[in-house]
Design a protein around this ligand. Structure first.
Ligand SMILES: Nc1ncnc2c1ncn2[C@@H]1O[C@H](COP(=O)(O)OP(=O)(O)O)[C@@H](O)[C@H]1O
Ligand SMILES: [Mg+2]
Length: 336
Protein backbone atom coordinates (compact mmCIF):
# COMPACT_ATOMS: atom_id res chain seq x y z
CA UNK A 1 0.00 0.00 0.00
CA UNK A 2 1.28 3.37 -0.99
CA UNK A 3 1.56 5.41 2.19
CA UNK A 4 2.04 8.71 0.46
CA UNK A 5 -1.30 8.38 -1.31
CA UNK A 6 -3.00 7.63 1.99
CA UNK A 7 -1.47 10.61 3.74
CA UNK A 8 -2.39 12.91 0.93
CA UNK A 9 -5.96 11.66 0.92
CA UNK A 10 -6.38 12.28 4.60
CA UNK A 11 -4.90 15.73 4.78
CA UNK A 12 -6.67 17.29 1.84
CA UNK A 13 -10.00 18.84 2.67
CA UNK A 14 -11.62 21.11 0.18
CA UNK A 15 -12.05 24.79 0.78
CA UNK A 16 -15.12 25.17 3.00
CA UNK A 17 -16.21 28.22 1.03
CA UNK A 18 -16.94 26.02 -1.93
CA UNK A 19 -19.80 24.63 0.03
CA UNK A 20 -21.72 27.81 0.60
CA UNK A 21 -23.43 27.84 -2.75
CA UNK A 22 -25.08 24.54 -1.82
CA UNK A 23 -26.25 25.96 1.50
CA UNK A 24 -24.12 23.63 3.55
CA UNK A 25 -22.63 24.76 6.77
CA UNK A 26 -18.96 24.18 7.27
CA UNK A 27 -19.54 22.57 10.61
CA UNK A 28 -18.31 18.99 10.95
CA UNK A 29 -20.87 16.64 12.46
CA UNK A 30 -18.62 13.58 12.31
CA UNK A 31 -14.89 13.54 12.99
CA UNK A 32 -12.98 10.30 12.80
CA UNK A 33 -9.35 9.87 13.76
CA UNK A 34 -7.19 6.89 12.93
CA UNK A 35 -10.02 4.42 13.34
CA UNK A 36 -8.93 0.80 13.20
CA UNK A 37 -10.58 -2.59 13.38
CA UNK A 38 -8.72 -5.85 13.43
CA UNK A 39 -10.41 -9.25 13.27
CA UNK A 40 -7.87 -11.85 14.40
CA UNK A 41 -5.08 -10.91 12.04
CA UNK A 42 -7.21 -9.22 9.36
CA UNK A 43 -6.98 -5.44 9.45
CA UNK A 44 -10.44 -4.66 8.10
CA UNK A 45 -10.06 -0.93 8.76
CA UNK A 46 -6.52 0.32 8.83
CA UNK A 47 -6.41 3.75 10.46
CA UNK A 48 -8.88 5.97 8.65
CA UNK A 49 -9.53 9.64 9.37
CA UNK A 50 -12.37 11.63 7.92
CA UNK A 51 -14.70 14.53 8.56
CA UNK A 52 -18.29 14.84 7.48
CA UNK A 53 -20.05 18.18 7.25
CA UNK A 54 -23.54 18.71 8.62
CA UNK A 55 -26.12 18.27 5.88
CA UNK A 56 -23.87 16.72 3.31
CA UNK A 57 -23.93 13.37 1.59
CA UNK A 58 -20.67 11.59 2.15
CA UNK A 59 -19.90 8.38 0.28
CA UNK A 60 -17.45 5.64 1.05
CA UNK A 61 -16.75 4.10 -2.32
CA UNK A 62 -14.73 0.94 -2.66
CA UNK A 63 -14.66 -2.66 -3.84
CA UNK A 64 -15.87 -5.63 -1.82
CA UNK A 65 -13.78 -6.17 1.29
CA UNK A 66 -12.46 -2.58 1.37
CA UNK A 67 -13.67 -2.10 4.95
CA UNK A 68 -16.75 0.04 4.28
CA UNK A 69 -19.24 -1.98 6.33
CA UNK A 70 -16.79 -2.37 9.20
CA UNK A 71 -16.39 1.42 9.25
CA UNK A 72 -20.16 1.91 9.28
CA UNK A 73 -20.58 -0.68 12.01
CA UNK A 74 -18.05 1.11 14.18
CA UNK A 75 -19.58 4.53 13.58
CA UNK A 76 -23.05 3.21 14.40
CA UNK A 77 -21.77 1.69 17.69
CA UNK A 78 -22.34 -1.92 16.65
CA UNK A 79 -18.64 -2.76 16.69
CA UNK A 80 -16.01 -1.51 19.07
CA UNK A 81 -12.97 -0.02 17.31
CA UNK A 82 -9.61 -1.68 17.97
CA UNK A 83 -8.00 1.73 17.95
CA UNK A 84 -8.63 5.37 17.18
CA UNK A 85 -11.47 7.69 18.07
CA UNK A 86 -14.51 9.40 16.63
CA UNK A 87 -16.94 12.10 17.62
CA UNK A 88 -20.47 12.23 16.30
CA UNK A 89 -22.25 15.49 16.92
CA UNK A 90 -19.63 16.15 19.61
CA UNK A 91 -20.36 12.86 21.36
CA UNK A 92 -17.56 10.41 21.93
CA UNK A 93 -18.11 7.16 20.03
CA UNK A 94 -16.98 4.97 22.92
CA UNK A 95 -18.08 6.88 25.99
CA UNK A 96 -21.37 8.31 24.77
CA UNK A 97 -22.76 5.45 22.76
CA UNK A 98 -26.37 5.87 23.87
CA UNK A 99 -26.52 9.54 22.97
CA UNK A 100 -25.21 8.69 19.53
CA UNK A 101 -27.75 5.91 19.07
CA UNK A 102 -30.67 8.27 19.43
CA UNK A 103 -29.26 10.63 16.79
CA UNK A 104 -28.65 8.13 14.05
CA UNK A 105 -30.60 5.96 11.66
CA UNK A 106 -28.97 2.88 10.21
CA UNK A 107 -29.76 0.76 7.20
CA UNK A 108 -27.28 -2.14 7.43
CA UNK A 109 -25.94 -3.99 4.40
CA UNK A 110 -27.92 -7.14 5.25
CA UNK A 111 -31.63 -6.52 5.69
CA UNK A 112 -32.84 -6.83 9.26
CA UNK A 113 -36.59 -7.46 9.36
CA UNK A 114 -38.93 -9.67 11.32
CA UNK A 115 -40.35 -12.01 8.70
CA UNK A 116 -43.38 -13.02 10.75
CA UNK A 117 -44.46 -9.41 11.31
CA UNK A 118 -46.18 -7.18 8.77
CA UNK A 119 -44.36 -4.25 7.18
CA UNK A 120 -46.29 -1.85 9.40
CA UNK A 121 -45.46 -3.81 12.56
CA UNK A 122 -41.79 -3.87 11.66
CA UNK A 123 -41.73 -0.10 11.32
CA UNK A 124 -43.80 0.42 14.44
CA UNK A 125 -41.48 -1.82 16.43
CA UNK A 126 -38.50 0.36 15.54
CA UNK A 127 -40.43 3.55 16.26
CA UNK A 128 -41.42 2.29 19.71
CA UNK A 129 -37.89 1.23 20.47
CA UNK A 130 -36.95 4.84 19.92
CA UNK A 131 -39.66 5.95 22.31
CA UNK A 132 -41.85 7.58 19.67
CA UNK A 133 -45.46 8.52 20.18
CA UNK A 134 -47.78 5.97 18.38
CA UNK A 135 -49.66 8.71 16.53
CA UNK A 136 -46.40 10.17 15.29
CA UNK A 137 -45.23 6.73 14.19
CA UNK A 138 -48.42 6.15 12.20
CA UNK A 139 -48.26 9.47 10.41
CA UNK A 140 -44.65 9.23 9.47
CA UNK A 141 -44.90 5.53 8.61
CA UNK A 142 -47.73 6.08 6.12
CA UNK A 143 -45.77 8.77 4.40
CA UNK A 144 -42.54 6.78 4.23
CA UNK A 145 -44.15 3.51 3.11
CA UNK A 146 -45.91 5.36 0.35
CA UNK A 147 -42.73 7.09 -0.79
CA UNK A 148 -40.90 3.77 -0.88
CA UNK A 149 -43.75 2.27 -2.86
CA UNK A 150 -44.36 -0.60 -0.46
CA UNK A 151 -47.59 -2.39 -1.26
CA UNK A 152 -49.04 -5.11 0.97
CA UNK A 153 -47.97 -3.41 4.13
CA UNK A 154 -50.32 -5.56 6.20
CA UNK A 155 -48.73 -8.78 4.96
CA UNK A 156 -45.98 -10.69 6.76
CA UNK A 157 -42.65 -9.47 5.49
CA UNK A 158 -41.40 -13.00 4.79
CA UNK A 159 -43.54 -12.91 1.62
CA UNK A 160 -41.67 -9.81 0.38
CA UNK A 161 -39.06 -9.81 -2.39
CA UNK A 162 -35.50 -8.85 -1.51
CA UNK A 163 -35.97 -5.43 -3.08
CA UNK A 164 -39.10 -4.77 -1.03
CA UNK A 165 -37.33 -5.80 2.17
CA UNK A 166 -34.53 -3.40 1.27
CA UNK A 167 -36.95 -0.52 0.84
CA UNK A 168 -38.72 -1.46 4.07
CA UNK A 169 -35.37 -1.43 5.87
CA UNK A 170 -34.84 2.11 4.59
CA UNK A 171 -38.18 3.16 6.05
CA UNK A 172 -37.26 1.50 9.36
CA UNK A 173 -33.97 3.40 9.49
CA UNK A 174 -35.82 6.71 9.11
CA UNK A 175 -38.92 6.41 11.23
CA UNK A 176 -37.48 8.24 14.26
CA UNK A 177 -36.36 11.40 12.37
CA UNK A 178 -32.63 10.72 12.68
CA UNK A 179 -30.25 13.64 12.26
CA UNK A 180 -27.65 11.43 10.69
CA UNK A 181 -28.43 8.52 8.41
CA UNK A 182 -26.04 5.66 7.65
CA UNK A 183 -26.85 3.65 4.55
CA UNK A 184 -24.70 0.61 3.85
CA UNK A 185 -25.12 -0.22 0.15
CA UNK A 186 -28.68 1.12 0.07
CA UNK A 187 -29.45 0.02 -3.47
CA UNK A 188 -27.66 -3.35 -3.57
CA UNK A 189 -29.99 -5.92 -5.07
CA UNK A 190 -32.55 -3.41 -6.32
CA UNK A 191 -33.79 -3.36 -9.90
CA UNK A 192 -33.01 -0.19 -11.90
CA UNK A 193 -36.44 1.30 -11.31
CA UNK A 194 -36.33 0.82 -7.53
CA UNK A 195 -32.77 2.08 -7.51
CA UNK A 196 -33.88 5.34 -9.11
CA UNK A 197 -36.73 5.61 -6.59
CA UNK A 198 -34.26 5.26 -3.73
CA UNK A 199 -31.84 7.76 -5.26
CA UNK A 200 -34.60 10.34 -5.63
CA UNK A 201 -35.68 9.65 -2.08
CA UNK A 202 -32.12 10.11 -0.77
CA UNK A 203 -31.87 13.42 -2.64
CA UNK A 204 -35.11 14.53 -1.04
CA UNK A 205 -33.86 13.58 2.42
CA UNK A 206 -30.75 15.61 1.82
CA UNK A 207 -32.86 18.67 1.10
CA UNK A 208 -34.32 18.41 4.60
CA UNK A 209 -30.82 18.97 6.02
CA UNK A 210 -30.15 15.39 7.03
CA UNK A 211 -26.53 14.29 7.04
CA UNK A 212 -26.15 11.07 5.08
CA UNK A 213 -23.23 8.67 4.99
CA UNK A 214 -23.51 5.93 2.46
CA UNK A 215 -21.31 3.15 1.25
CA UNK A 216 -21.34 1.84 -2.27
CA UNK A 217 -19.26 -0.06 -4.78
CA UNK A 218 -21.31 1.56 -7.51
CA UNK A 219 -19.49 4.54 -8.96
CA UNK A 220 -22.62 5.84 -10.70
CA UNK A 221 -24.34 5.96 -7.34
CA UNK A 222 -21.42 7.79 -5.72
CA UNK A 223 -21.19 10.10 -8.70
CA UNK A 224 -24.84 11.09 -8.72
CA UNK A 225 -25.46 11.55 -5.00
CA UNK A 226 -22.30 12.63 -3.19
CA UNK A 227 -20.97 15.95 -2.02
CA UNK A 228 -17.75 14.29 -0.90
CA UNK A 229 -16.37 10.88 -1.75
CA UNK A 230 -13.76 8.90 0.14
CA UNK A 231 -12.36 6.09 -1.96
CA UNK A 232 -11.55 3.10 0.25
CA UNK A 233 -9.35 0.15 -0.54
CA UNK A 234 -7.81 -2.48 1.72
CA UNK A 235 -8.94 -0.74 4.89
CA UNK A 236 -7.59 2.67 3.96
CA UNK A 237 -8.86 5.86 2.42
CA UNK A 238 -6.78 6.27 -0.69
CA UNK A 239 -8.41 9.39 -2.09
CA UNK A 240 -10.83 12.01 -0.86
CA UNK A 241 -12.61 15.00 -2.28
CA UNK A 242 -15.55 16.28 -4.22
CA UNK A 243 -16.07 14.56 -7.54
CA UNK A 244 -14.43 17.52 -9.27
CA UNK A 245 -11.46 17.45 -6.93
CA UNK A 246 -10.99 13.74 -7.44
CA UNK A 247 -11.12 14.20 -11.17
CA UNK A 248 -8.77 17.16 -11.29
CA UNK A 249 -6.30 15.35 -9.03
CA UNK A 250 -6.11 12.42 -11.41
CA UNK A 251 -3.38 12.42 -13.97
CA UNK A 252 -5.39 12.12 -17.16
CA UNK A 253 -8.10 14.65 -16.51
CA UNK A 254 -10.21 15.05 -19.58
CA UNK A 255 -10.28 12.84 -22.59
CA UNK A 256 -11.28 13.43 -26.19
CA UNK A 257 -12.00 10.58 -28.54
CA UNK A 258 -11.87 10.88 -32.32
CA UNK A 259 -12.99 8.39 -34.91
CA UNK A 260 -11.57 8.67 -38.43
CA UNK A 261 -12.80 7.18 -41.67
CA UNK A 262 -9.42 5.65 -42.47
CA UNK A 263 -6.04 4.88 -41.00
CA UNK A 264 -4.50 7.43 -43.33
CA UNK A 265 -6.69 10.20 -41.95
CA UNK A 266 -5.85 9.11 -38.43
CA UNK A 267 -2.11 9.31 -39.00
CA UNK A 268 -2.40 12.74 -40.60
CA UNK A 269 -4.44 14.02 -37.66
CA UNK A 270 -2.08 12.50 -35.14
CA UNK A 271 0.86 14.50 -36.39
CA UNK A 272 -1.20 17.67 -36.13
CA UNK A 273 -2.37 16.86 -32.63
CA UNK A 274 1.21 16.31 -31.54
CA UNK A 275 1.87 19.97 -32.22
CA UNK A 276 -0.91 21.27 -29.97
CA UNK A 277 0.64 22.19 -26.63
CA UNK A 278 -2.38 21.36 -24.45
CA UNK A 279 -2.40 17.78 -25.67
CA UNK A 280 -0.67 15.66 -23.04
CA UNK A 281 -0.92 12.20 -24.50
CA UNK A 282 -2.20 10.51 -27.61
CA UNK A 283 -3.25 6.89 -27.90
CA UNK A 284 -4.10 5.01 -31.02
CA UNK A 285 -6.93 2.54 -30.53
CA UNK A 286 -8.67 -0.05 -32.69
CA UNK A 287 -11.08 0.87 -35.48
CA UNK A 288 -9.41 4.15 -36.40
CA UNK A 289 -10.03 5.59 -32.99
CA UNK A 290 -7.67 8.01 -31.32
CA UNK A 291 -7.93 9.26 -27.74
CA UNK A 292 -6.09 12.22 -26.34
CA UNK A 293 -5.81 13.57 -22.84
CA UNK A 294 -5.30 17.26 -22.42
CA UNK A 295 -4.76 20.00 -19.87
CA UNK A 296 -6.58 23.32 -19.65
CA UNK A 297 -10.02 24.20 -20.93
CA UNK A 298 -11.87 22.25 -23.54
CA UNK A 299 -12.93 25.38 -25.45
CA UNK A 300 -9.39 26.48 -26.36
CA UNK A 301 -8.54 22.98 -27.39
CA UNK A 302 -11.64 22.60 -29.52
CA UNK A 303 -10.77 25.81 -31.34
CA UNK A 304 -7.24 24.58 -31.99
CA UNK A 305 -8.54 21.28 -33.22
CA UNK A 306 -11.20 22.72 -35.49
CA UNK A 307 -8.67 25.16 -36.99
CA UNK A 308 -6.11 22.47 -37.64
CA UNK A 309 -8.04 19.40 -38.63
CA UNK A 310 -11.32 18.52 -40.25
CA UNK A 311 -10.90 14.90 -41.14
CA UNK A 312 -12.60 13.12 -38.25
CA UNK A 313 -16.02 11.52 -38.40
CA UNK A 314 -16.93 11.91 -34.76
CA UNK A 315 -15.52 13.70 -31.78
CA UNK A 316 -16.48 12.73 -28.27
CA UNK A 317 -15.57 14.35 -24.99
CA UNK A 318 -15.50 12.45 -21.74
CA UNK A 319 -14.26 13.15 -18.26
CA UNK A 320 -12.36 10.72 -16.11
CA UNK A 321 -14.85 8.54 -14.30
CA UNK A 322 -14.50 7.32 -10.71
CA UNK A 323 -13.65 3.96 -12.25
CA UNK A 324 -10.70 5.55 -14.12
CA UNK A 325 -9.56 7.21 -10.91
CA UNK A 326 -9.74 3.99 -8.91
CA UNK A 327 -7.87 2.13 -11.62
CA UNK A 328 -5.12 4.71 -11.60
CA UNK A 329 -4.78 4.68 -7.81
CA UNK A 330 -4.79 0.92 -7.35
CA UNK A 331 -4.05 -0.66 -10.71
CA UNK A 332 -7.28 -2.65 -10.32
CA UNK A 333 -10.83 -2.19 -11.43
CA UNK A 334 -13.43 -1.31 -8.81
CA UNK A 335 -15.37 -4.49 -9.50
CA UNK A 336 -12.44 -6.93 -9.39
N1 LIG B 1 -16.85 -10.13 11.71
C1 LIG B 1 -15.77 -10.33 10.95
N2 LIG B 1 -14.86 -11.27 11.24
C2 LIG B 1 -13.75 -11.46 10.50
N3 LIG B 1 -13.46 -10.73 9.41
C3 LIG B 1 -14.33 -9.78 9.04
C4 LIG B 1 -15.52 -9.52 9.80
N4 LIG B 1 -16.18 -8.49 9.19
C5 LIG B 1 -15.45 -8.13 8.13
N5 LIG B 1 -14.33 -8.90 8.02
C6 LIG B 1 -13.28 -8.78 7.00
O1 LIG B 1 -12.88 -7.42 6.96
C7 LIG B 1 -12.65 -6.99 5.63
C8 LIG B 1 -13.54 -5.79 5.33
O2 LIG B 1 -14.89 -6.22 5.27
P1 LIG B 1 -16.10 -5.21 5.10
O3 LIG B 1 -15.97 -4.11 6.06
O4 LIG B 1 -17.33 -6.02 5.14
O5 LIG B 1 -15.83 -4.65 3.63
P2 LIG B 1 -16.82 -3.97 2.58
O6 LIG B 1 -18.06 -3.55 3.32
O7 LIG B 1 -16.07 -2.82 2.04
O8 LIG B 1 -17.11 -4.99 1.54
C9 LIG B 1 -12.89 -8.19 4.76
O9 LIG B 1 -11.66 -8.82 4.51
C10 LIG B 1 -13.78 -9.07 5.61
O10 LIG B 1 -13.64 -10.41 5.28
MG1 LIG C 1 -19.99 -4.00 2.94
Amino acid sequence: MNVSIKEKAQIKYSDPNQFDENNHTTEFIIEVQNLEKTFNDVKAVDGISLKVRKGELFSLLGPNGAGKSTTIRMLTTVLKPSNGSARINEYDLIKEKNKIKSLIGVCPQENVVFGALTAEDNVEFVGRMHGMDPADIKKRMNNLLEKMNIAGRKKPVKSFSGGMKRRLNLVMSLIHHPQILFLDEPTAGLDPQARRLVWDFIKELKKTGMTIILTTHDMIEADSLSDHIAIMDQGQIIAFGTLEELKSGSSNGNILEFIFSSKKELIKAKSKLEQITNVKSIREMENNKLTISFSGGIETLKRDILENMNSFKTLHFREDSLEDIFLKLTGRRLRD
